[in-house]
Design a protein around this ligand. Sequence first.
Ligand code: ZN
Length: 100
Amino acid sequence: MRMVFECVECGAHYLPPEGMVYPDGPASPVWCADCQAAKRAAGLREDPLLARVALASARAALARRAAEAEPPARSDVRPSRPPASRRARSGPGGVRGKLA
Ligand SMILES: [Zn+2]
């Protein structure tokens, strides 16, 4: 599953390639392909700290999505205890009552 990033420039969500590398160079975790190209043309580089934070949050979001996609654990769908039968409800106390 690929990580989803949110461009800090235009707010668009984008999916860089799995290896974070475009055919023409490394993908940025903070800018979408369009904004990255524009920034590069303007001679700007991404903030390394911002890039690290963006990468970490994208990884966390990916882990969350992976966890949600998994079927619930078996112990969670365990049926509740079956209702007590008539026989089970009448214990020794009931028998004693009848005998007295
Ligand atoms: Zn953008």
